[in-house]
Design a binder for this molecule. Structure first.
Ligand SMILES: Cc1ncc(COP(=O)(O)O)c(C=O)c1O
Length: 346
């Protein structure tokens, strides 16, 4: 376990640790990283280099070289196999294998993935995707880093997001949920084998933050984790996640709702101009829809959520882990009224 103060620092730390691990184990050329299109990994130079959002990066170029992008798991806009989740999962995972082989397996240190990708609007992994990525990483001796700044600590009903999909990564980067947001803390969990080369001799991970693992935040995190146990929050999310999905699925009868996707207590609703053709909005329409109307209307109606168009326009929901059917109904009713009005205004 290594503590930082936030998520981007945790991602940054994971890349640096991967590089040093390979240097210490006799593979100093393994330094490149692979991440996915539209994914957001944070603001420090390394984390921003991993980020797949060109507009966010542009003012700070040139960034860290040797970060490469592959397609994400947005099956709603899949270029191939859009009607076959398993085939799409194989296709998407194989793009990672292809990138590693193209760059040269002896030069690639790590693959960075979120269990459910936030930016773009909650893309869950298709069935088998994570297992196949794990196999590809193992085959090439590349580390698998799960960026769980959002997905760890119950968001998907499991303590860690990768667990939800039956996968064991080499490093988990975490932040927000470790304190339920009540105090700033982030960090990374590292597989024992990555610690091995640091265990002996004089090698150290020469990396840290002034307030990394701050005692007040650490105390808040421990108290928070006690509450997870006492209130069985993971069990609560597991028992209620299908109901959350089913309640949000009701919104599919609205003409503006193109897709409802996500997992656990983490969902995105993609808005479209035409449900049949999946046509999305122009930049100007999206600006008018999101900043001109939805942000304010949802907030004023009492629903605190994110209307985002870093990918195609979406409303994203990450309700408190204590929510139940009464809250889901309220969320659905507010969304129904506000989205219907948004459609009427178009
Ligand atoms: C998946 C993911 N990674 C990294 C970050 C960066 O975290 P921070 O803003 O705490 O640096 C975020 C922030 O939202 C995130 O969602």
């Amino acid at each position: 376990m290594f503590f930082t103060t936030g998520g981007g620092d945790a991602v940054e730390s994971a890349w640096k640790l991967a590089k040093q691990y390979f240097t210490l184990t006799g593979k100093p050329a393994e330094h490149k990283v692979i991440s996915r299109a539209v994914a957001y990994h944070g603001t420090p130079h390394g984390a921003l280099s991993l980020t797949g959002l060109p507009g966010l990066k542009e003012p700070f170029e040139p960034l860290v070289p040797s970060a490469f992008r592959v397609p994400n798991t947005n099956i709603y806009r899949a270029p191939e196999h859009g009607d076959d989740p398993e085939a799409f999962g194989r296709w998407a995972a194989d793009r990672i294998g292809e990138a590693i082989e193209f760059e040269g397996p002896d030069t690639v240190a790590a693959v960075f993935l979120e269990p459910v990708q936030n930016a773009g609007g909650c893309f869950p992994p298709p069935p088998g995707y994570f297992q196949r990525v794990r196999e590809i990483c193992d085959r090439h001796d590349v580390l698998l880093v799960s960026d769980e700044v959002i997905c760890a600590f119950g968001r998907l009903g499991t303590m860690f997001g990768a667990q939800r999909f039956g996968c064991t990564p080499d490093i988990i980067a975490f932040a927000k949920g470790v304190t339920s947001g009540y105090s700033p803390l982030g960090g990374m969990l590292v597989a024992d084998r990555l610690f091995e080369p640091f265990r002996h001799g004089t090698a150290m991970f020469a990396h840290g933050h002034t307030f990394g693992g701050h005692p007040v935040s650490a105390a808040v995190a421990l108290a928070n984790l006690d509450l997870f146990e006492r209130e069985d929050l993971l069990g609560h999310v597991m028992r209620n996640r299908d109901a959350f999905r089913a309640t949000l699925e009701r919104l599919r009868d609205l003409p503006i709702v193109g897709d409802v996707r996500g997992d656990g207590y983490f969902y995105g609703i993609e808005m479209v101009k035409d449900r049949d053709t999946r046509e999305t909005f122009t930049e100007e329409e999206s600006e008018r829809l999101l900043r001109g109307f939805l942000d304010k209307a949802l907030y004023e109606a009492g629903l605190y959520c994110r209307a985002d168009d870093r990918g195609d326009p979406v409303v994203q929901l990450a309700p408190p882990l204590t929510c139940d059917q009464a809250h889901f109904d309220e969320i659905e009713q507010i969304l129904r009224a506000v989205l219907a009005e948004a459609w009427a205004r178009l």
